[in-house]
Design a protein around this ligand. Structure first.
Ligand code: ZN
Length: 366
């Protein structure tokens, strides 16, 4: 069955202004481009077309999320503030998350695009799907944006699936290099949504993503953080999936799996310090597809988050899309061989210790 693909030119028009990477420019910091600029995602979209894979994908039409849909997660004050600032030509800046004129409408289209993608999978129109949306969403919390995110795209889409489509149990598997704090916060007291985040230990947000954050109240045990040491490569990621993520999914038995999909664990990423390769993402995707086949009729949705290497993100995304469709385009990732020649891709003892510590939390999953 077909693989869905959600994208829109407006996603690339969300304007993050003239930062210098993640730093506001000034008299001592020369203005440049913000780390979260359109290029990595645009080049991913372009490679999907040039590879010929676009012709094999089923386009899903994004639509804006409504204010009521956003308000399942976000406060009305937060929505109104982003809307008002975005209507102003100066735009706004939410905790070093700059946005421009019209970014509100584009952020609504990102959240709504993720909703539409989840709906296409739930209705059986496609087997699985990828939403190449922007701005990203997994850091946004109920009353503020942060980490380049304005609205929680995946959180809003999961809440929509449960409220409107009667979906019961949902699991999210966040492989972005940063902690998925917003998705965690959205479901922290919720027993029927298992939120899993693999991330570089203590990268961003500060002091966030500890293993000890396990959910609260009825949701205790249904939040699982797998912080990995900086420098982790394909061996650590595959082991974390085999020993923690897949057993967690089998125990939880979700009806739908949603992946906040960042490619900033790439070995070429300027903001992360991990060593994932495009073939590594291929392996993780295959494992999630097998788990989805076993547990929930193959229902797997990915929604784009971070990833800041202009030259590597497109190939990581292509590897994921090739795996979802089951079609190899024959296009080689120029980073693959040089990156695999780096030492340290095998599972190292200190990485194994971190994975083992996370595996000890499996018993608490409801
Ligand atoms: Zn990230």
């Amino acid at each position: 069955m077909a693989t869905g693909w959600t994208c829109h030119e407006l996603y690339f028009w969300h304007d993050t202004g003239h930062y210098a990477s993640v730093f506001p420019a000034g008299l001592t910091v020369e203005p440049g481009v913000h780390a979260e600029n359109p290029q990595t995602k645009r080049r991913l979209r372009n490679l999907i077309e040039v590879s010929g894979l676009l012709d094999r994908l089923t386009p899903i039409r994004p639509r804006p999320a409504t204010e009521d849909e956003l308000a399942r997660f976000h406060t009305r004050e937060h929505i109104a503030r982003i809307k008002a600032n975005s209507a102003d030509y100066k735009g706004g800046d939410e905790n070093q998350t700059p946005y421009g004129h019209g970014s509100y409408e584009i952020a609504c289209l990102a959240a709504g695009g993720t909703i539409a993608t989840v709906e296409a999978v739930l209705k059986g129109e496609v087997a699985n799907a990828y939403a190449l949306v922007r701005p990203p969403g997994h850091h946004a919390i109920a009353d503020k944006g942060m980490g380049f995110c304005l609205f929680g795209n995946v959180a809003v889409a999961v809440m929509h699936a449960r409220a409107v489509h009667g979906v019961g149990r949902v699991a999210t598997v966040d492989w972005d290099v940063h902690h998925g704090n917003g998705t965690q916060a959205a479901f922290y007291g919720e027993r029927d949504v298992l939120t899993i985040s693999l991330h570089q230990d203590l990268l961003f947000p500060p002091d966030s993503g500890h293993r000890s954050e396990r959910g609260e109240g009825a949701g205790l045990g249904a939040n699982l953080n797998v912080p990995l040491p900086a420098g982790s490569g394909v061996g650590a990621y595959v082991a974390a999936f085999e020993r923690v993520v897949l057993p967690a999914l089998r125990k939880f038995r979700p009806e739908l799996i949603v992946v906040p999909s960042g490619f900033d664990a790439s070995g070429a990423d300027p903001l992360g310090r991990m060593m994932m390769t495009s073939d590594g993402y291929r392996q993780l995707t295959r494992m999630l597809m097998d788990a989805a086949d076993e547990l929930c009729g193959g229902r797997l949705v990915l929604s784009h988050e971070g990833g800041y290497s202009e030259t590597h993100v497109p190939y990581c995304g292509l590897a994921v899309m090739e795996t979802l469709t089951g079609h190899r385009t024959g296009i080689a990732d120029p980073w693959q061989d040089p990156m695999m020649a780096w030492a340290g891709h095998e599972l190292l003892p200190h990485q194994e210790a971190a994975i083992q510590a996370a595996a000890e939390l499996l018993a608490e999953i409801p």
